[in-house]
Ligand binder design. Structure first.
Ligand SMILES: Cc1ncc(COP(=O)(O)O)c(C=O)c1O
Length: 425
């Protein structure tokens, strides 16, 4: 082996496999409605104008040298104020760590808390937990969660796994589902964590909670975001939050994220990440500090931005539910947040026009791509079984017209399967 065991065994991404097929078809001139991208097309979703101007201003003013290892003080102050105003959370600037987006911070939480062999519990489907578990040599316990709980865990899902675990990793609003954890669900899980930590006492490493709320500003309608510390203040000792600019302000390429949590954990994360050089660029930090104080600009941007996302998700959801009501084997969960819709294409075991039986979610993905020109990501890519017929549909890179068009294609594609079924009797 020429590389480490860890590197050799890091599994490839299913999303990248699908992206390669999509690109192949696009290169052949096919028009694909690409619902695979967990990102924003800047043509439809630009970053806030004030933010863009602040970034270019900062470069013009020569803000181009190393920033402080934990993030520049004005930005940590601005994040502290933002959290207090927008989420009623009280964190001082020295409990906040800035980095180049959320990813280095999630990695930082894992390497800071996990010793090789430590147990990490995470619900499935979820985004990338399996990879961080692998990188840190943790013992991962993926826990399948139920569609009827909007694919978010309840206390009973975790109860039997918590003894001696080191970390519970949660995300809400959730990638890949676009659903949010309810107050009751989150309270139940917090109570278990508090109870387990009481049982442990001071000598053992506590059971921590990683709470990734990167999509929290993107909730729709009556759906609300809940966080563990507001619901159970005792959770402050055990919770490390992940948050940032990437999703709420369509700024995935700008690379500014923050973690906040117990000071001693944040300090150690800072020390580790400083060796990676994973800080956000200085000019972007200056600009983010400036933008986060502009409440009117923030509120105006979020209103418009969320309307555009919600419109796309609603058109998609309504279209799928119409098909369901007409008897096609599809289903969807009401969109609550983020840029994702959860949909089910119940085709496993059915016969395609080529006479082949759909054996698993890969066949469904390929059918939707080739026959409906609709590119989607199976929950299999988020740790679920390959036989799981639920999919993530992301609307960050498509127009409403494209969605309407693809719903027509989908109907035609499903109709061909109906014809096969009738023929088979
Ligand atoms: C749940 C979740 N957390 C974190 C990230 C990463 O965010 P960033 O681009 O800031 O690294 C993503 C990106 O897709 C995500 O879906």
């Amino acid at each position: 082996m020429k590389v480490s065991y860890m590197a050799q065994h890091l599994i490839g991404s299913e999303i990248i496999r699908i992206a390669a097929s999509v690109n192949e078809l696009i290169a052949k001139g096919e028009k694909i409605c690409n619902l695979t991208i967990g990102d924003f097309e800047p043509k439809y979703f630009p970053i806030p104008e004030e933010y863009k101007n602040a970034i270019t201003d900062a470069y013009n003013k020569g803000e181009t040298n190393y920033p402080a290892a934990n993030g520049i003080a004005p930005l940590r102050n601005a994040v502290s104020k933002f959290l207090s105003e927008y989420e009623k959370l009280s964190y001082s600037p020295d409990e906040i760590l800035i980095s180049a987006g959320a990813r280095p911070l999630i990695y930082g939480v894992f390497v800071t808390l996990i010793d090789k062999g430590d147990t990490v519990i995470y619900p499935v489907p979820s985004w990338n937990n399996n990879h961080y578990v692998h990188i840190t040599g943790a013992k991962g316990i993926p826990v399948d969660v139920k569609a009827e709980n909007n694919f978010l865990p309840v206390a009973d899902d975790f109860r039997s796994h918590l003894k001696d675990a080191t970390l519970v990793s949660l995300c809400s609003p959730l990638n890949p589902t676009g659903t949010t954890i309810s107050q009751e669900q989150l309270e139940g899980i917090c109570d278990l964590i508090i109870e387990e930590n009481k049982r442990r006492g001071e000598k053992q490493k506590p059971l921590y909670l990683l709470y990734d709320q990167i999509y929290w500003l993107l909730t729709f309608g009556e759906h609300t975001h809940f966080n563990p510390v507001s619901l159970r203040p005792e959770m402050k000792k055990y919770t490390v939050f992940i948050d940032g600019m990437s999703k709420a302000f369509a700024s995935t390429g700008v690379r500014v994220g923050w973690a906040f949590g117990p000071k001693e954990v944040i300090e150690r994360m800072k020390a580790i990440l400083s060796h990676l050089g994973a800080w956000a660029p200085k000019a972007e930090q200056v600009a983010t500090a400036n933008f986060l104080t502009k409440n009117t600009a923030i509120n105006n941007y979020l209103t418009l931005f969320k309307n555009k996302i919600e419109e796309r998700l609603t058109v998609l959801y309504d279209g799928l539910i119409n098909l369901k009501e007409e008897g096609y084997p599809v289903d969807a969960i009401v969109p609550m947040a983020a840029i994702y819709l959860t949909a089910r294409f119940d085709l496993i075991g059915k016969m395609g026009v080529d006479g082949k039986i759909f054996k698993d979610s890969t066949d469904i993905t390929d059918f939707l791509l080739h026959k409906a020109k609709m590119a989607v990501v199976p929950f299999y890519a988020f740790g679920a079984s390959i036989n799981n017929a639920w999919f993530r549909l992301s609307v960050g890179a498509v127009t409403v017209e494209e969605i309407k068009g693809v719903l027509g294609n989908l109907r035609e594609a499903l109709e061909t399967l109906k014809a096969v079924e009738v023929e088979r009797g």
